[in-house]
Design a binder for this molecule. Sequence first.
Ligand code: HEC
Ligand code: HEC
Length: 320
Amino acid sequence: MSKLIKILLWVVGGVAVLMALVATYNTLAPLPVHEVRLPENVTIPYGDSLALAEGARIVSMSCTLCHRNQDGNLAGRPLPEKDFGDVYIANLTNHPEAGLGKYTDEELVHIIRTGIRPNGSQLVPIMPQFFRMSDEDLYRVIAYLRSDAPMVQPVEKYWPDNKLNFIGKALTRWVFKPAPMPTGPVAPPPSDDLVAQGEYLANAVYSCYQCHSASFETNNDHEPSLSQGYYGGGNPVGGLAGALTISANLTMHPEHGLGAWTVEDFGKAIREARRPDGRMLSPTMPPFTSLTDDEVAAIWAFLQTVPIQDNDARAALAQQ
Ligand code: HEC
Ligand code: HEC
């Protein structure tokens, strides 16, 4: 055997041993425990009917997509996709132990912003991190979750512990990092800046970029605009509400995106799931039924500023 081949064999063998060690580590080692720094000055607007109505609107267009079950409440359900292993979408009802009653307001803010529970454990990264949601909006959401609305009446449903598979563990351990807890107040976007408001709604509250960029795996959740194929669509989105469907290109490309649409077309599509050509959108695209006209206009103004992507997502959809 020549010396070169011997060296090569050693290198290949060394890499194989290293990979086996990393794989064993990922399978056996507990997931990391993170630092918890609870926020101060959390003031939930309990009993404020306007705040409750706003909270209800945000919850109904965001959290329900995952947390609502067949009974129409937010007691959670098993996640239909098994890509990460067996994952259970949590019970957000007001039950004192099985639901959110077990957390203080400060702890809830921490979980929803960072994806880290008070004991330092990280949520499975399917749950979005709402670290840029304004304090005002987040406190309204919590006021609603703690209210006596039918959707959050206490349900005594305990879900089993998640059983993450190899991929679920590796992604939680190494890829999807928890968001840092904001150190000061989180202000809403300026009220005279339509584009900033649209960006806030699309990226920080309703996570449109998550489904509408190239792939969940290449999304950058801490800096959405750095996601691969940002708003160019083509992401195969599965299971939560409908069948696996390829997401649409929302950039202003004249043929492959929304370049030829009007703001009215856009409003009908996102609120009523109806495209300009009359086709109904798949339920995989959650309808954002109660967005106001101003909010639709803001998201539309923001999409005008997103760099155009020439991705023919509809062709991929037609071939599906
Ligand atoms: C894309 C799906 C998805 C959306 C949207 C979503 N969640 Fe979750 N959420 C999850 C999953 C999955 C878990 C369970 C994670 C785990 O067990 O590690 C979870 C867990 C939680 C928990 C932890 C509960 C506990 O007992 O530990 C809270 C609180 C929560 N979600 C609140 C919210 C709120 C508030 C919203 C809307 C603003 C929301 N979620 C939107 C999927 C989602
Ligand atoms: C859970 C994933 C998901 C989220 C979140 C989501 N979408 Fe979609 N959206 C889709 C999918 C999948 C389609 C394609 C549906 C079809 O073609 O039937 C789609 C289609 C659309 C369309 C139709 C475009 C066309 O050319 O037909 C528009 C407009 C749209 N989404 C806007 C939005 C906006 C704005 C948001 C956030 C407020 C959003 N979507 C959030 C999955 C999502």
